[in-house]
Design a protein around this ligand. Structure first.
Ligand SMILES: CC(C)(COP(=O)(O)OP(=O)(O)OC[C@H]1O[C@@H](n2cnc3c(N)ncnc32)[C@H](O)[C@@H]1OP(=O)(O)O)[C@@H](O)C(=O)NCCC(=O)NCCS
Length: 167
């Protein structure tokens, strides 16, 4: 719990609120469609979390990802699937709605994911930083990492600057 906010697993009935948080956080060309968000939750429900006000239970922030291989970069709009030999937790999207910004909610969601990665004995975490968030992610212990040409092609699917980072 951070302040009055609780982290719990995402559920299918959260998706309307997730779409709304996404719209508050990204320009239209970076909004991923609701059907894709639903398919990802169906494929990887154990790596999808939300932060809710316990009074309403409505998500005001979320973090979604999947278990993968270090060095493998996820493109914008890509499907989620856990890799059977995963050595990393990939954080595809962390988004904090306007009402919850600046209250430590992002930090709490990342800490929750990190604890899960440790429990699964994964070697690390990885992500693509967009929206000018490299400094934020450095603060969470991530550093930019080299990518293969295939990884660079995945980075090129994001509008604006996209940086692969690992912790
Ligand atoms: C970036 C974002 C996730 C931060 O969420 P938040 O809940 O406001 O962050 P927190 O309150 O948990 O802040 C944790 C720390 O990061 C710092 N921080 C927050 N946003 C930052 C930013 N944009 N750049 C640098 N540092 C930042 C805070 O000052 C705080 O530092 P402290 O621990 O030294 O006090 C949020 O603004 C957001 O959802 N943005 C839009 C979506 C997005 O860009 N997601 C990331 C895509 S890769």
């Amino acid at each position: 719990m951070v302040g009055s906010v609780v982290v719990r697993a995402m559920r299918p009935d959260d998706l309307d609120a997730i779409v709304e948080v996404q719209a508050q956080c990204y320009p239209p060309d970076m909004n991923e469609p609701a059907l894709l968000l639903a398919a990802r939750l169906h494929a990887c429900p154990d790596t999808a979390w939300v932060a809710v006000d316990p009074g309403t239970d409505v998500p005001g922030a979320y973090l979604v990802g999947y278990r993968t291989l270090l060095g493998k970069v996820s493109p914008l709009g890509g499907a989620f699937a856990h890799h059977p030999q995963a050595d990393a937790l990939y954080l595809h999207d962390l988004a904090i709605g306007r009402a919850l910004r600046g209250r430590g909610v992002a930090q709490a969601l990342v800490a929750h994911a990190r604890a899960q990665a440790l429990a699964w004995h994964l070697a690390g975490l990885a992500l693509v930083s967009v929206n000018d968030t490299v400094a934020f992610w450095r603060g969470q212990g991530f550093e930019p990492a080299d990518v293969t040409p295939q990884g660079q092609a995945a980075l090129d699917t994001y509008p604006g600057r996209a940086v692969y980072m690992r912790a």
